[in-house]
Design a protein around this ligand. Structure first.
Ligand SMILES: [Fe+2]
Length: 372
């Protein structure tokens, strides 16, 4: 075995390092490159004995590198080896060999077998038989096939990403619903409240012309806006009489509690901020921070209006429902002082012009049988 200079091409540093270590241990000199472009530069400057490359890499992939290699008179006779995990089907091998590659090796291989393949190739190329495998195919056909393969692989990867995205979205939705139901399980009288607030808030956002992405953020914030009530003793929430000031003081902590729980979750929207502001009022009379005007986010202002409408339309243990009409009167009366005037106008138009109806909760509350 004599020392050879081998170029190792891989965009993954750990794969590159592994291969380098292996070849050095076998007594060879190793040059490394992160992609096809760098590999060509390194090879043209150093006159190596062999190249071993990954396929999927930025800037120039392994297929293109092979074509350039075989087209370069200074490199074309040197052994070219693919070593790949992503492109390991038989068709990939056929295509790789049609470009002039000497070997198509699939990851992972036993180190001893990998070294043996390389030694055989080095031996062959130093013998009488040149390693050159000129591209015989018609240039246009090869290019077409090459592009088709790339598109196919990208489509596969895109499909896979869509599938992963769907699973993650389902997981987030399932988790959000589970947390919402946990809150409502402690407070059966407000069962479905968060779901209905979410539906009203989304409809207001749509009426205001906001896009689907924003509406999704509002929907999630609506579904979670009262989770801080987990902190409030259940008897305060279900008490069929007026609460004392001390009891109200504890209830008023629920937006901050919800915020502190949600702030650790990296939503693509400021959900924790929307939620903590759902009892803030335009004139600063709300809680927990007494924020005024624009200091309250649009999400917070929409949730505030949706929450009031839903709460006034539904029965509570300490008050009877007054209905949607009275709720809209309250919103109209408070527009510009308590509630954002645009949000208030959109909410009123929603019910009066669009004939919006508050949807019933989609399912029975979780743990209904335990909630007595
Ligand atoms: Fe609330």
């Amino acid at each position: 075995m004599s020392v050879a200079v081998i170029v190792v091409v891989d965009d993954d540093p750990s794969s590159r390092y592994l291969m380098q270590t292996l070849l050095k241990a076998a007594g060879h000199e190793v040059l490394t490159a992160e992609d096809g472009v760098e590999a060509l530069e390194v090879a043209r400057y150093n006159a190596p004995d062999l190249i071993i490359t990954d396929i999927l890499m930025p800037r120039m992939d392994g297929y293109q590198l092979c074509r350039e290699w075989r087209a370069d008179p200074t490199l074309s006779t040197l052994p070219f080896v693919f070593y790949t995990a992503n492109y390991a089907e038989d068709d990939d091998e056929k295509f790789a060999l049609s470009l002039g590659a000497d070997r198509f090796l699939r990851k992972p291989m036993k180190p001893s077998e990998l070294i043996e393949e390389i030694e055989v190739l080095l031996h062959e190329s130093r013998g009488t038989v040149p390693a050159q495998r000129p591209v015989k195919e018609d240039e246009t056909r090869v290019l077409k096939e090459y592009n088709a393969r790339l598109v196919h692989k990208l489509e596969d990867q895109l499909t896979e990403l869509h599938e992963i995205n769907d699973v993650l979205t389902d997981m987030v939705n399932g988790t959000v619903r589970a947390i919402a139901k946990l809150t409502e399980a402690r407070d059966p009288y407000t069962s479905g409240h968060q779901e209905r607030v979410a539906a009203i808030a989304v409809a207001i956002a749509a009426r205001l012309g906001h896009d689907a992405k924003f509406r999704e953020g509002i929907r999630i914030a609506g579904l979670l806006h009262d989770i801080g009530k987990m902190y409030v003793p259940a008897e305060f929430l279900t008490k069929p009489r007026r609460l004392t000031e001390a009891e109200f003081a504890i209830i008023r902590m629920h937006p901050q509690v919800a915020h502190d729980v949600l702030t650790g979750i990296r939503f693509p929207w400021p959900v924790a901020e929307f939620v903590v502001q759902h009892h803030e009022r335009l004139d600063g009379s709300g809680y927990p921070a007494g924020l005024k005007g624009d200091a309250i986010t649009l999400g917070g202002r929409i949730l505030a209006v949706a929450d009031v409408i839903e709460a006034m339309s539904s029965h509570r243990p300490y008050k009877t429902a007054v209905g949607v009409a009275a709720a809209l009167d309250e919103i109209e009366g408070g527009a510009g002082t308590l509630y954002d005037p645009d949000v208030a106008a959109a909410a009123i138009a929603l019910f009066e012009e669009d004939k919006f109806e508050i949807p019933p909760a989609s399912a029975e509350p979780a743990f209904a049988s335990y909630s007595k």
